[in-house]
Design a binder for this molecule. Structure first.
Ligand code: SF4
Length: 222
């Protein structure tokens, strides 16, 4: 499937997810940026969408200095993709611990407490909802159905980019902003297709509208 068609599906996936979560009473609000850290991850396709956005007329281009400075500091680098985790589960393998680095600073794309690429932000950012103020709780608080919906979306976002990789946002954007980016960036796990959907049986009905919407999207050209 050409990159443009996959980019369209990706944006339709984002929109479907937003509609599915519309009734969730989030405490999140404009200007709250507790979850905007340098630990965010994304796929190659998601990164391409951001790079295309930066090349639009009126946009300032990639903030290379800020990306370089962030990559030079501690930040989360994923070992496994979500679909690799699903594969480990199917095979009964131990899943390595992948804790986010608590010392990571803010995301370099945050400007005056607002996201400078809001319309094309990756799913890892869109997935962050909290039913209570993270400042008070110290972390986002999400119901089980939303965590499961996020995993489901992550599986399809990765599957849509099965030839790409998943990496830290700053590191992958920096790599892909090079004149001749490496086809297979070192140290970033390769994406793969979905081996099995990780939907807890008791949440199957709750997630059914989201799953049906996604499957319709993958059946028909957008
Ligand atoms: S890309 Fe935007 S929404 Fe995501 S962490 Fe960075 S500033 Fe926040």
């Amino acid at each position: 499937m050409p990159k443009d068609a996959r980019g369209d599906i990706l944006q339709n996936l984002y929109a479907l997810y937003d509609r599915f979560c519309a009734e969730f009473a989030a405490a999140c609000h404009k200007g709250c940026a507790h979850c905007c850290t340098a630990n965010v991850t994304l796929t190659t396709l998601e990164a391409s969408l951001i790079i295309d956005y930066w090349s639009c007329p009126g946009q300032p281009g990639a903030p290379l200095d800020a990306l370089r400075a962030t990559v030079a500091r501690p930040h989360f680098q994923p070992i496994l993709t979500i679909n690799q985790v699903a594969e480990y589960c199917v095979r009964g393998l131990d899943i390595p611990d992948e804790a986010a680095d608590p010392s990571a600073g803010p995301c370099p794309l945050l400007k005056d407490r607002l996201c400078s690429i809001y319309s094309v932000r990756p799913f890892g950012c869109r997935a962050m909802h909290s039913q209570s103020d993270c400042a008070g709780e110290g972390a986002a608080e999400m119901p089980e159905w939303l965590l499961a919906a996020n995993n489901l979306m992550l599986q399809y976002v990765e599957g849509l980019d099965a030839q790409g990789v998943t990496g830290n946002l700053s590191a992958l954007l920096l790599l892909l902003s090079q004149p001749q980016p490496a086809a297979a960036p070192a140290g970033m796990p390769a994406n793969r297709s979905i081996p099995v959907l990780m939907i807890p049986p008791d949440l199957r009905q709750r997630l059914d509208p989201l799953l049906r919407g996604i499957q319709r999207m993958f059946r028909s050209p957008c």
